[in-house]
Design a protein. Structure first.
Length: 227
């Protein structure tokens, strides 16, 4: 049987069982295009290896393609179309997962200092104090940007430092190498023109305009800002 026809039958079989099978379908169709209009028995291990390797370095998608082809060839073997699989026997190690970059205290002071230039920007409508408080909150708690922007004043307890029960960010979970959330609260008290009403659903960081990072060429090297 032709490779494309068998791959189509395999996809139809999987989807008839209630599986979405979208990613696998894309991978198998790309595999058929790379192999050409050939019989399934003419697919050699070298051709399969070439398709798996691609043109760049090995990524996690290599293993995703391997898993899709492995299921396809088990389907073909179980129905007698081929006697053995041309997939490689040696599977490369999965690449290391993404390692987040942690700013040092000096780098974070530099980033905080850069917020001062926003006061002279016509495009950014966010006040430097608001931007500075947001950076302190993100760095001190490890919140995602979407979580921080959805903060309401009801989630913040200034007298008791910072407490956010909605996202389960507790004070005992914060690392000692991060700025204290007491200081985040202090900046929020100092930089807020009016005292927030407890329990209100008003956003702590209203989305006045799209976020734009300051231009790094205007960054000062004098780190007078103290966390």
């Amino acid at each position: 049987m032709k490779l494309l026809q068998l791959a189509t039958d395999y996809i139809t079989f999987k989807q008839s069982m209630g599986m979405r099978f979208r990613t696998e379908s894309v991978i198998l169709n790309a595999f058929c295009r790379a192999m050409g209009d050939i019989h399934i028995v003419k697919v050699t291990p070298s051709l399969v290896q070439s398709y798996l390797n691609g043109t760049g370095p090995i990524t996690t998608f290599w293993h995703r393609k391997f898993e899709a082809l492995n299921g396809f060839y088990r389907f073909a073997i179980s129905r007698g179309y081929i006697s053995s699989s041309p997939l490689p026997m040696i599977i490369p190690k999965r690449p290391a997962l993404f390692q987040p970059y942690i700013y040092t205290h000096d780098q974070f002071r530099q980033l905080i200092e850069m917020t001062d230039i926003l006061s002279n920007s016509r495009r950014c409508q966010v006040q430097p104090a608001t931007f500075r408080t947001l950076l302190l909150l993100l760095y001190g708690t490890g919140l995602r940007i979407s979580e921080a922007l959805s903060f309401t004043l009801a989630d913040v307890d200034l007298p008791a430092s910072l407490h956010c029960s909605q996202y389960q960010v507790l004070q005992d979970q914060m690392g000692t190498n991060r700025p204290s959330t007491d200081r985040c609260a202090c900046h929020l008290r100092k930089d807020t023109a009016t005292t927030p009403t407890p329990g209100t659903k008003e956003l702590c960081f209203p989305r006045y305009a799209p976020w734009k990072w300051p231009d790094t060429k205007h960054c000062r090297t004098n780190f007078s800002y103290a966390l």
